[in-house]
Design a protein around this ligand. Structure first.
Ligand code: G3P
Ligand code: MG
Length: 230
């Protein structure tokens, strides 16, 4: 079975530093995280970068779509996936790589991401976990590089969760911890899948979820949640 760390820093340590930046990963490490989560999408010219939103507006103050912006025109501070991997190698951080494609680029984003992983992932780090809300991205990742473990991301319970996970060979489910029910949690564990939840920053909620059987808490505040579930 897929072994997940108990705690993963969401977008680095998003409670303390700008999300998905190199500074956020350094902050996560300083606060005790051994793994981080990040969001990978493609620039106009097909470079894998770290960005959650389709637009650069919220995090960078630039009113432009990532998919329409070439790498050379990105604002400073947006890391490429390769730059981030190099830093994780230095810091000893594992990573849950969320493939977050812009619409229509589901398979292409996955193929570029796994190509970068194949070329750049440091051998001394634990193998990365790929995840996505896009089944098509996970299927493309499976076809291109089946050796990288995959988790299906879901915002809430859906009837066909097990079929969808099986269809892409997922070893885990990552879901919204605020909507997880005890019966579904049991069913996921009985199916032999690893279970991660996002984004949980409340220590009491984290403890309750671990008590329910959740393997991994993805949190903006890794120091707080590490202390809570120790
Ligand atoms: O990968 C877990 C979580 O990051 C999924 O949601 O919107 O924060 O990328 P989001
Ligand atoms: Mg994410």
């Amino acid at each position: 079975m897929l072994q997940l760390p108990k705690v993963i820093g969401h977008r680095g340590a998003a409670a303390y530093a700008p999300e998905n930046t190199l500074e956020s990963f350094r902050e996560a490490r300083r606060r005790g995280a051994t793994w981080v989560e990040t969001d990978v999408k493609l620039t106009a010219d097909g470079v894998a970068i770290l960005m959650h939103d389709e637009s650069l507006k919220r995090t960078m103050g630039m009113d432009r779509l990532v998919a329409e912006t070439p790498r050379a025109e990105l604002p400073a501070g947006v890391p490429t996936f390769e730059e981030a991997i190099a830093l994780w190698g230095e810091l000893g951080l594992g990573c849950n790589v969320e493939i977050k494609p812009c619409p229509g680029r589901e398979a292409e984003t996955a193929r570029v991401a796994v190509d970068v992983l194949r070329r750049r992932w440091p051998v001394h780090l634990p193998p990365p976990l790929l995840s996505s809300f896009a089944d098509e991205s996970l299927a493309a990742a499976q076809a291109a590089a089946p050796q990288f473990a995959r988790a299906l991301l879901l915002d809430r319970f859906v009837k066909d969760w097990q079929q969808r996970a099986a269809a892409v060979g997922a070893a885990g489910i990552n879901t919204n911890g605020k909507r997880l029910t005890a019966p579904w949690c049991c069913a996921i564990k009985q199916a032999g899948l690893a279970l991660g939840v996002y984004t949980i920053d409340d220590p009491a909620v984290a403890r309750a979820l671990v008590g329910m059987g959740v393997d991994c808490i993805i949190t903006d505040a890794p120091d707080v949640i590490l202390a809570a579930v120790a």
